[in-house]
Design a protein around this ligand. Structure first.
Ligand SMILES: Cc1cc2nc3c(=O)[nH]c(=O)nc-3n(C[C@H](O)[C@H](O)[C@H](O)COP(=O)(O)O)c2cc1C
Length: 195
């Protein structure tokens, strides 16, 4: 069921590197993202798949759960792949539209990865210049989002957020990562709907 996939699709920050992520496998997730909606159907997003050693090379230029103040991913437990979601600034006339497209495409890619037994994490925290230099990417490419993908090696659980509770995620003494989510009744504004 889609809901099972959505629940399983958490932000994972520790990965089992014994599972290889071939380029072909990563391309199959990008192929799903390709089919998602796009404002005016412009489809401005370009994808840079980064696997194996190159993924390890750019890992130091990414930032993970900084609020937890712990080294994540743990040493040797980085993602097997990244997908950099970019726009070509010279060819993109309305860059604002791309920021809507990118989230839809990223979530679709991750759902495909979860269905395939993997998981990942969207990252907005990264050093764009260093990543571009490491991968020799053209100046005109702007990275909008970095998506890590791998075989999750940690437990992430959702919990119901009490109305006045904080939204911060946290780890317990067993290193289980807890993610509070607002309840349905707390995000619905009852206006305009009739039964
Ligand atoms: C647009 C976006 C950017 C994010 N950037 C980062 C990031 O830079 N580093 C990180 O560790 N997590 C990042 N996350 C993951 C969020 O922290 C995560 O979605 C949130 O804690 C809720 O956890 P969940 O994804 O398991 O529901 C990002 C998520 C989104 C949607």
């Amino acid at each position: 069921m889609l809901k099972d996939l959505v629940i399983k699709n958490r932000s994972y920050r520790s990965f089992d590197r014994s599972e290889r992520l071939t380029l072909e496998r990563v391309l199959s997730y990008i192929d799903m993202a390709r089919l998602t909606p796009s404002a005016i159907n412009l489809q401005p997003i370009k994808y840079v798949p980064v696997t194996e050693e190159l993924a390890d090379n750019i890992l130091p230029y990414t930032g993970w759960a900084r609020a937890l103040k712990m080294p994540l991913p743990p040493k040797g437990k980085g993602p097997g792949a990244f997908v950099l979601m970019c726009i070509d600034t010279k060819a993109t006339s309305n860059a604002k539209f791309a920021t809507y497209d990118v989230g839809i495409a990223a979530q679709t890619m991750l759902l495909a990865a979860v269905e395939d037994g993997l998981g990942g994490c969207m990252l907005l925290s990264y050093d764009s210049e260093k990543i571009k230099k490491e991968l020799s990417l053209a100046d005109e490419l702007e990275i909008l989002l970095c998506v890590a993908i791998g075989k999750p090696d940690e437990t992430v659980v959702l919990e119901e957020l009490e109305k006045d509770g904080g939204t911060s995620y946290y780890r317990d003494e067993n290193n289980v990562h807890h993610v509070p989510k607002r309840k349905l009744e707390d995000i619905i504004i009852n206006a305009g709907a009739s039964n």
